[in-house]
Structure formats: C-alpha cells, structure tokens
Write a protein that binds this ligand. Structure first.
Ligand SMILES: Nc1ncnc2c1ncn2[C@@H]1O[C@H](COP(=O)(O)OP(=O)(O)OP(=O)(O)O)[C@@H](O)[C@H]1O
Ligand SMILES: [Mg+2]
Length: 471
C-alpha cells in the first residue's frame, strides 16, 4: 500500500499560458505542449492574458512579441512586477530576434523563433518544468512542516529530540535515517527551526525525483550556453540558500557521479556552475535523509564512504512506529485534533477514539509508520458520523482477512466456495477480535461495528466460545 502523499514531479502539475493574436500559433503550441501532460490556457491578447493571470496560477507564459494593443515586451514587464515566479518565453519572428535578446536581459527566460523547433520547445519545458516543480515542492514542504508540531511521547522520540536540540545550534552535517513515514522531514525542519539561522531559507531537494543533469543545474547553477535553452546565467540552490539549510532527501538514490560532485562541494565549499570555469563560494548547512541504511550501502559499494562520513558527522536514527507503540495514543490524539481543525467547517465536536479502536491502533503493525497513522485517522474522521470513532471506521482490519481466507480455498462449486470463504473469514475475524479484547464480547462487538446480539449469533453459528479463543 502506498501511504505517500507527497507532491509528484509530474509535468501535469504545470500550467502554461500561450498568448498570441494568431489562432493557428496558439493552437499549434497548445497541441505540442499538451503532449507533455501540461495544462495549457490560451489568450488572444496581452490584456486578456493579464486577466487570466489574475484569476489563476500560471507557471510559464509563452507570448508573442508583436501584438495589437499591449505588446509582449510590455506583458513581460507587468509579469516581472506582479508574478515574479512566472517564467516568460517570447515567441519571435525573424524581425524581432534583437528585441527578444534585449528582453532576456529584462527578465525573460527564453525565446523561440518561428517556425518552431518542436524538440527545443519540449526540452525547454521539461527542464524548466522540473525546476519549477522542485522549487514548489521545496517551498510546500518547508511551509507545511514548519507549522507542524512534532510529538515526542515515547522514549526513543524524546531521545531524538534531545539530539535535535544538541545539534541544532552547531553547523554540523546531520544524517537522519529511518523507514518511510517515520518523520525524517519533520525532524530536519526541527533542526533548522532550532538553529541560529532559522530565518534563512530551508531548501529540500528530493534526490530521487531529479535526473543527474537537472540535479546539477538546480543545485550548482549554470552558465549561459551550458545546454540548449540556457540563455542566461542562473545561480543554483546551493548559492541561493546563502547561509541557510539544504535538506537532501533520499540521498541514497544519488548516482555515483553526482556523489563525487557533491563531496567536492562539501569539502571545498565552492560550486562550479554547469558550463563555467569559475568556482563560486557557497555557505550552507547540510541535512540529509535516507530510508535505506547508508552504512550497509557503503559496505556493498553502492555509496561513497568518504561522502557518507561527510554527511553523517551526526547521525539520528528514527525507529519505526511498531517499535514505539507508547506514542501511538498521543499521535492519534494529535492527528484527530489537527485533522478536525483542518477539515471541519464549524465548531463540530471532535469525535473520540473508542477503547476498542485504540486497541486496534495499538496492535496494527504500521508498515507506513506515522504517515499511515495520520492517513488512517484522517480517513476515519471523515467516515465517522457520530461522536465515536469505531474500529470499522479505520479501514485497517478487513482486506487481509478476506484475501487470506480466499487464498486458502480449495476449488469447489462457486456457492460452496463462497460459503466456506465467508465462514473462514468470520471465524478468523471474530477470533482475532475476541483475542484482542480478552474475550470481552461487548468490546469485541463495538470493535466489529456489530451489536452484541449479532456477534453472539455469529459465535453460536461457528461454535466459538470467548474463553476458548483467548487461551
Ligand atoms: N513525531 C511526529 N509528530 C507529529 N507528526 C509526525 C511525527 N512523525 C511524523 N509525523 C507526520 O507524519 C507524516 C510523515 O512524516 P515525514 O514526511 O517527516 O516522514 P519521512 O520519514 O520523511 O517519510 P519519507 O521517507 O517517505 O520521506 C508527516 O505528515 C509528518 O508531519
Ligand atoms: Mg521524507
């Protein structure tokens, strides 16, 4: 099961606006850009484009330079003032190339000449798009996690918090290891927020999402002409973070080549932008995270040992949720409150977790860790109609039981097989629930979402006795 709720690097999340007074140009570009999955809007004039920009977020604007009324150059100026994140690409004919080059100095990102070179346009959107999505994810993560409270209600997590407080004021590299969903992002944010540079940028880079070439241009920057579409110099995130924190998420997925390049930056505190001979000084603290054991990867020769020692000057290991059950109650209570605050419109009383529900939560193995618990509570809160969250609202009991019992079926007639499967499911389900409640039928009934009488009926049919199943 996938408990990941992170933003994906799908170009479908990108919105492009094409501004041109010629309908065939608008349509042609839209057709081409749509093949990448991006959403494309069209405007016949710069005035119309401004109206559209005020109404909805746009990532990249392709605009003709010469149009009746407001020109593409004027549109660029307006966009530069009001929507600083929007990239502007100019569409030029032969007569306007010089003007387009001028516009590059005034903030345009790129220009394309008619007739269009489709490959160049696609390459530009892919590169620019991944950059936009990477920066958006970094921003979203930072602001989402900043406002999140880290619950440390068990011994292991309290120890993690002690380490966080010890390392936060020092500019040492920290490596956070733990399974997916254990809270590594949250911990990285805590370190930054407790550090003296908490007001400086915190930039998260998901190394798994970006291919090497993009990782390099995003982090190190590039020089004009370094690759097709690099029409002007650009600084990388390592430079832009100026004194803040860079969070390298999923470091284990970096290629050996990039590991070497990163090591040089960490050792020399300098970056060489792509296509440049000149190194530029950088200043940042690095926090990295991995859900694989990096030391093991070093032994297997899959991760550079020298880089490993650079990254793990301080190592924080976050245990999986199944090994820190003492904190499940506090976490569940916390997610109930935060989810209700987020989802409920009015002063709706927050439903409680029934004792049986709490028992199911404590006994579940949580392969998706805290993220799975958070998702489970969110789902339960939405499904639950009354003031108590019951085990049946959690959605973590049924599927495996049905699947397991069906799997064990021998081939008989369909009806007979179905009957056997139902009985096998009922037996296994009821036995498990009775075991979990130490044979207490009322609590077991509550856990199943059945009345006490209905549960007893099933038990009689299956000749189950509460005392026997708990032995
Ligand atoms: N101790 C905690 N207290 C409160 N919320 C937590 C805690 N640990 C994790 N969470 C929440 O659980 C979710 C998953 O956490 P996070 O994204 O930090 O995990 P991760 O270890 O980085 O996962 P992945 O390896 O998949 O990137 C987030 O919504 C986070 O806020
Ligand atoms: Mg993470």
């Amino acid at each position: 099961m996938n408990y990941d709720t992170k933003t994906s690097f799908d170009l479908a999340n990108l919105k492009v606006l094409v501004v041109d007074d010629q309908e065939d140009v608008r349509r042609g570009l839209k057709r081409l850009i749509t093949t990448l999955g991006c959403e494309v809007e069209m405007s016949p004039s710069a005035e119309d484009a401004l109206k559209l920009l005020r109404k909805q977020p746009i990532d990249i604007v392709f605009t003709d330079l010469k149009m009746d009324g407001m020109s593409g150059e004027e549109l660029l100026k307006e966009i530069n003032q009001e929507w600083t994140d929007v990239m502007v690409v100019l569409i030029t004919g032969h007569g306007t190339i010089e003007l387009a080059v001028d516009c590059l100095r005034n903030g345009a990102s790129h220009f394309i000449t008619k007739p269009f070179d489709n490959k160049e346009i696609i390459a530009f959107i892919e590169r620019a798009g991944y950059g936009i999505l990477a920066r958006r994810q970094a921003r979203d993560n930072a602001s989402k996690q900043k406002s999140r409270t880290l619950i440390a209600a068990d011994k292991a997590m309290r120890r993690v918090m002690e380490l966080v407080e010890q390392v936060a004021p020092r500019k040492v590299p920290v490596l956070i290891e733990g399974a997916s969903g254990t809270g590594k992002d949250l911990i990285a944010n805590e370190i930054h927020n407790h550090s003296p540079v908490y007001e400086k940028p915190f930039v998260a880079i998901n190394c798994i999402a970006l291919p090497d070439s993009l990782l390099e241009s995003e982090l190190f920057g590039y020089k004009k002409g370094a690759f097709t579409g690099a029409l002007k110099d650009a600084s990388g995130l390592f430079e832009q973070v100026s004194g803040g924190t860079v969070f390298l998420d999923e470091v284990s997925s970096m290629s050996p080549l990039f590991q070497g390049k990163l090591l040089r930056v960490l050792q020399e505190k300098k970056v060489r932008p792509l296509g440049s001979d000149v190194e530029r000084p950088v200043d940042f603290r690095v926090i990295s995270a991995s859900n694989r054991n990096l030391e093991e990867l070093v032994h297997k020769g899959e991760f550079r040992e020298d880089l490993y020692y650079r990254l793990q000057v301080m190592k924080i290991s976050v245990p999986s949720l199944k090994d820190r059950k003492e904190c499940i109650q506090a976490l569940a209570g916390h997610f109930l409150k935060t989810t209700a605050a987020e989802f409920f419109y009015d002063e709706h009383p927050v439903p409680e977790l029934s004792p049986a529900t709490m028992e199911v939560l404590l006994n579940h193995s949580w392969p998706g860790n805290v993220r799975e618990l958070e998702n489970t509570i969110q789902r339960a809160l939405i499904i639950c109609q009354g003031d108590k969250i019951l085990p049946s609202h959690l959605g973590i009991l049924d599927d495996s039981y049905v699947a397991e019992s069906l799997f064990r079926q021998e081939l008989t007639s369909y009806e007979e097989g179905k009957q056997q499967a139902i009985e096998a499911f009922q037996r296994e389900y009821v036995q498990t629930v009775l075991q979990r409640t130490d044979g207490n039928i009322s609590r077991a009934a509550e856990m199943c979402g059945l009345t006490r009488a209905a549960l007893q009926r099933i038990m009689r049919k299956l000749q189950l006795e509460p005392g026997k199943v708990t032995q």
